[in-house]
Write a protein that binds this ligand. Structure first.
Ligand code: IPM
Ligand code: MN
Length: 368
């Protein structure tokens, strides 16, 4: 009794755990190992509830996502996801039916994807190091080409027509841009002591997509000028962005873009930061429940071999803690990951790390 007096009750976070398919469960186990180590050090606890959404469940029951799944998930503080995608299920079914459905139904309208090269990690960009590859992509996550608006007619004939529309309204564009401006103000290069300005770059294609990116560009400058004059604004076409991501990534601070361009450029970004084994992302609803995942997918051929790199999942876990407000614990995990990449791992690739999946988890957990 006496011992407890005056001590604030321990903070507990309710986390929905979705291991998913392929190597998802393995990497998530290591992520949870690290998160639990951080919980012990920083005196909070995680109340975990597992859901079996994924390919195995679909093949067994024929159901992709149970009725009411999104509502159930809304009761949690955050969602921690392994990977979605099963070799025996036609591509698209699980991705659309689980991953995209949850992003949409939980209105996770931001996909936050840091592109950060950690010490000791090999990058295909020669002459570039951790000081050069250190930026963040804010990808709009619920609109654009992903809304599924479109259709086909005369299917199977020579005259078949297919249309898929890039749909954005002002509301979607504005809330995404506002998030990006706020993020830049808080975590841009000046805010992090790494530069003299906080810069937000809009990535678009105003020279061809003259309706959609006109909306983005006008909104960008309008709200930037009115509400974020301290944030430097830049604009890049998406094709040129790809070029600069390879040639001069150090130019970038925070980039904001639509859903499809964001999907594409973040795979390019991921490979420059050492590949899918290390790239993490957060599907964020700033007012609701967010979902954190390694961006690499289920890598089915490595399933069950204890060779997959769990660091992307570990980093996704750190992003989750940051969003929950456990910023010190999150920073400690990121530092531990840097320590491990800098002094231990031989490579980020599955099977070439010099350690097994679970050993990599142990190495990081021991440091937090
Ligand atoms: C991603 C993935 C998904 C996307 C797929 C699996 C639907 O590529 O998270 O980047 O296109 O958003
Ligand atoms: Mn992608």
């Amino acid at each position: 009794m006496g011992e407890r007096m005056g001590k604030a009750p321990k903070k507990t976070y309710k986390i929905a755990v979705l291991p998913g398919d392929g190597t998802g469960p393995e990497v998530l186990t290591e992520g949870l190992k690290v998160l639990n180590a951080a919980a012990r050090t920083y005196d909070f606890s995680l109340d975990l509830t597992e859901f079996d959404f994924g390919g195995e469940r679909y093949l067994r029951t024929g159901e992709i996502l149970p009725e009411g799944a999104a509502d159930e998930l809304k009761k949690f503080d955050a969602i921690y996801l392994g990977a979605i995608g099963h070799p025996q299920v036609k591509p698209g079914i699980l991705e659309k039916g689980i991953l995209l459905k949850l992003r949409f139904e939980l209105d996770q309208y931001i996909n936050l994807r840091p592109v950060r090269l950690y010490p000791g990690v090999e990058t295909p960009l020669s002459h570039k190091g951790p000081d050069h590859i250190d930026y963040v992509v804010v990808r709009e996550n619920t609109g654009g080409l992903y809304t599924g608006a479109g259709g086909a007619s005369l299917k199977g004939t020579e005259n078949e027509v297919a249309v898929q529309s890039m749909v954005y309204n002002r509301f979607q564009v504005e809330r995404c841009l506002r998030y990006a401006f706020e993020y830049t103000r808080m975590f841009g290069k000046k805010a992090r002591g790494k530069g003299s300005k906080n810069t937000l770059g809009l990535v678009g294609k105003t020279n061809v997509l003259t309706y959609v990116f006109d909306l983005w560009e006008r909104t960008f400058h309008e709200i930037g000028e009115a509400d974020y004059p301290d944030v430097e604004r830049e604009y890049y076409h998406v094709d040129a962005t790809c070029m600069w991501m390879v040639k001069s990534p150090e130019w970038f601070d925070v980039l904001v873009t639509g859903n499809m361009f964001g999907d594409i450029i973040t795979d390019l970004g991921a490979i420059t930061q050492g590949g899918m084994g290390i790239a993490a992302g957060g599907n964020i609803n700033p007012q609701g429940v967010s979902m954190f995942e390694p961006i690499g997918g289920s890598a089915p051929k490595y399933t069950g071999q204890n060779v997959i790199n769990p660091l992307a999942s570990v980093c996704a876990g750190a992003m989750m803690l940051e969003t929950l407000g456990e910023t010190e614990a999150a920073a400690r995990i990121e530092d531990a990951v840097k320590e491990v990449t800098g002094s231990k791992l031989k490579s980020m690739s599955a099977g070439h790390m010099g350690y097994s999946t679970s050993e990599v988890g142990d190495l990081v957990a021991d440091l937090v």
